[in-house]
Design a protein around this ligand. Structure first.
Ligand SMILES: *Cc1c(COP(=O)(O)O)cnc(C)c1O
Ligand SMILES: [Zn+2]
Length: 419
């Protein structure tokens, strides 16, 4: 892998060759998250924007020279990446904005953003010849790893809180993973999974520990910029739990700047649930995320419920270095955003996905956004992941179905009353 310079510890700055360490900097227990640093010279020779224009590979693998894998590494067959970037004209007009796009990652094979990372995890695990791959997850990273493993027949063990939404658990069981429903929170599932990986020598996909996950997640930035003709947007809204997605979004943009493919850095807006706002608090109060203790997390948006965000170093840097902001949204605002986004542009999001849109509404109400800005909102997960929350959301805005007996007379009664 001559395109990787080294892995750099975000705590002490020490660097390692990729074959020296598998995950973290050994000097800080499990906390020494490292950043994969590239040599952009050979990458720029292998890949350029003209070549990409001609590429017919509409997956994340179109950017293979920018990923931490060998050029000839076999990749899983599921179609991961190149999700639609919708120009949301009507929604923009309603909000008094000029340019708004919605990147719909609910369209990935297991219906969440996590497929981008899990695809890389499977390649790395197979590179290592791993017998078993494992992860802890609030549900989506699990479903993603489960589906991608199924596509290449890779055995895997998954740890999720027993309270994870049914649809996500159904995915795991259907794909044939070994599933541990942990009686506890995501943070408990995480600790147990870390111990299990250590004890049994399983390949560890855990977020904020495996350095290659942000490398998969960064592909969303490549796609957004390419889909916008390499004119980077002004601002990107993304919901934040562990902080791996926002860190990945930032990393992708840094890659593109280093290659000279975009000419400015968008401001990154990290949206957290009020009940799971570790990073918002740290950002607002200037707290050090290496010493700030875990909080108790509680929100309807299960995918962003994290008491101790595992990728907090990268997540803080993403907002600070881009001049963005952290914002919080309440569960009510998150629920209201589900039908608002769906009705405004036809994208059906799970609560954590809709949280990013709720964040845009909040930013507008706080005067943080100017009308001419080019804005992207990322929907990170499909609404079908959590039907119970969608039903709650429509009920809250007073949308109810009509019950009719199957006669035209009864239908007429309803139509005359309603319309
Ligand atoms: C995981 C996830 C997030 C948050 O990503 P982090 O890397 O944990 O910050 C947001 N939305 C959905 C749907 C997710 O699955
Ligand atoms: Zn270190």
């Amino acid at each position: 892998m001559d395109h990787i310079l080294h892995l750099k510890c975000l705590i002490c700055g020490k660097t390692y060759r990729p074959d020296e360490i598998d995950y973290v900097c050994p000097d800080h227990g499990n906390e020494g998250i490292v950043d994969v640093q590239y040599d952009y010279e050979p990458i720029g020779q292998r890949l350029n924007r003209d070549e990409l224009r001609r590429s017919t590979d509409f997956t994340i693998w179109r950017y293979k020279p920018l990923l931490p894998i060998e050029p000839d590494a076999p990749v899983p067959p599921l179609t991961v990446g190149w999700t639609p970037l919708y120009y949301a004209e009507r929604l923009a007009a309603e909000l008094g904005l000029r340019h708004l796009w919605v990147k719909d990652d609910g369209r990935l094979p297991t219906a969440s953003f996590k497929d981008r990372a899990s695809a890389i995890a499977v390649v790395k695990a197979q590179e290592k010849g791993a017998k078993v791959v494992t992860t802890a997850s609030t549900g989506n990273a699990a479903a993603a790893l489960s589906g991608l493993c199924a596509s290449v027949k890779q055995p895997n063990v998954i740890f999720v809180p027993e309270t994870a939404p049914q649809a996500k658990i159904a995915q795991l069981l259907t794909f044939g993973s070994t599933v541990m429903l942990v009686k506890g929170t995501y943070d408990d599932a995480f600790e147990l999974c870390m111990q299990a990986a250590q004890t049994y020598g399983w390949y560890n996909r855990n977020t904020g520990y495996n350095p290659y996950m942000s490398e998969g997640k960064k592909t969303v930035s490549f796609e957004i910029c390419e889909q916008l003709g390499w004119q980077a947007p002004d601002r990107i809204f993304v919901s934040v739990g562990d902080g791996c997605i926002i860190g990945g979004v930032h990393k992708g943009l840094k890659d593109l700047l280093a290659l000279g493919w975009i000419d400015r850095m968008p401001k990154l807006m990290g949206i957290q649930a009020e009940g799971s706002a570790y990073l918002y608090q740290a950002w607002q109060n200037g707290e050090d995320v290496l010493t700030k203790p875990p909080i108790t997390a509680q929100t309807i948006a299960d995918s962003i419920s994290a008491g101790l965000p595992r990728d907090r170093l990268k997540a803080m840097a993403a907002v600070k270095e881009t001049g963005g902001a952290y914002l919080t949204v309440s569960d009510e605002e998150i629920l209201a955003a589900i039908p608002a986004l769906a009705r405004g542009c036809g994208v059906f999001a799970e609560p954590a996905g809709a949280a990013a849109y709720a964040g845009l509404l909040k930013a507008i109400s706080q005067g943080l956004v100017s009308p001419e800005e080019r804005i992207v909102v990322i929907n990170t997960g499909s609404g079908l992941k959590d039907v119970a929350s969608a039903m709650k959301a429509v009920d809250l805005v007073g949308t109810r179905p009509h019950r009719v007996v199957p006669t035209l007379d009864d239908l007429k009664r309803v139509i005359e009353e309603e319309l």
